[in-house]
Design a protein around this ligand. Sequence first.
Ligand code: NOJ
Length: 567
Amino acid sequence: MAIEVAPQIDGSAATGPGADTGAWWRDAVVYQVYPRSFADGDGDGTGDLRGIARRLTALAELGVDAVWLSPFYPSPQRDGGYDVSDYCDVDPMFGTLDDFDLLVGEAHALGLRVIVDVVPNHASSEHPLFAAALASAPGSRERARFVFRDGSGAAGELPPNNWQSHFGGPAWTRVTEVDGSPGQWYLHLFDPTQPDFDWDNDEVLAFFDEVLDFWLARGVDGFRVDVAHALVKAPGLPDWGGRADGASSPGFPGEDAPMFDQPGVHAIYERWRARLEAWGADRILCAEANVAPLSRAARWVRPREMHQAFNFAYLHAPWDARSLRAVIDESLAAFGGVGAPSTWVLSNHDVVRHATRFALPDGSVEMGHGIAQAAGLDPVRGERRARAATLLMLALPGAAYVYQGEELGLPEVLDIPAAQRRDPYFLRSGGAVVGRDGCRVPIPWEAAAPAYGFNATGESWLPQPAHWATYARDVQRRDPASTLSLYTAALHLRKSLALGSGSLAWVRADDAVLGLVNGEVLVLANLGADPVPLDGHEVLLASTPDAVVDGHLTPDATVWLRRRQEV
Ligand code: NOJ
């Protein structure tokens, strides 16, 4: 193939003021653990911290750099733990603080960093601060920590504004005052059991300063910050034409959304960055800031703010060459423009697993709202494209996030009985919205063990499909053609070839093929219908065993090739 190397776009090296060249997080691969479903040490059917600690060697062997733990804090679990009732403890269902310390110690001994979730936009309605607010009078100091307002309408019988919650219904709930009279309303962008804090209140700032310090003192290497774009609301809480749930508002989240990306939100993270730096230079903040376009998300990773921001545009990109090239260019330009690395991600606990997304008919857009039926899915194509997409992602400069189970090629579980579903999307819509349980099913470790090795008893809080033995880690470990072997090889090669800290130059980008050079490696992804000649380049890694046939790259496949000297 004739290769013309375009100017390099550098996605990781320091380009801006304050950029930390060589810092671990600039090119890290972070593995997301959903604690309820990773490994269950005590056999009660719910994953826990001891279970995670025992399985960390598998992650070190896989070749990731860090582990991000979704919430394990005391919680009524109305939103999978993103409803926190105590920010400085471990829910008994997950273990104890001692278990947490053990986990961090074992992770560090294996060379794995530990990132924990912090949920600052809202607490659980069972948090003592919210209980105190409910027990106190309107206008009190206790109420001022949350967003309480009088209702509209003649007798305050209507919500204070027209905002809608992510999980459906108004974003306001009316309380009954202590004297039994109908009272004020409180804001919850999510479930009614998740009241929003008022971040204009210094007491809230001080409270979270202590939360950060608590976990930093226990040795965590950073925080993933939940809904990092929503903490500060526009003064006066004005009505807004769009909804807070994205799904039903074209252009979400609009520049003008009064609950997202208000100017004041960035000062919070500058404060947090300074606080982290007091503990050393290598503790990080990663923003879950679901704003568009990417140039806007990049505001979270300006030199004095956070270190990383999730790349939702990449997560949502279809398996389409032009769309992918556009989002890769936009990502490197937007994040690189402020001296930050881009991040890349294909799956997480909020979206349909990518092996199933790519099995949908072209043009489908199902993401966070789940899939209930197998009709129309092509699982063979889904797995093939998922592996190709992963190999493309792991060749890109910057940091990458991997969600537990994707390294096993797990598909979304579609047939969870209604009675066992837990996602508020499902429960609050009366089942009309399928929700996210299908990507949260406990993962398989050993084909022949109870619950596929998730625990020793066979219990599982969500049912595991009967056919999951083929996905079990022990089976895949022995199979050089497995998805696990692909991830393991790719992660180790990515590291040895320094792809994460490399740069990107396109050599081909049309409707069918993406070709890029990163250091010593030429990456080709075939998203078209016809085989693509490889011109004799040596294959370092291929997304499937049959990716290369007769010196050609087959459709829906990616290869890493050794770049020839003369190229
Ligand atoms: C984003 C989290 O990833 C999601 O699981 C949760 O429901 C919302 N934030 C609310 O905390």
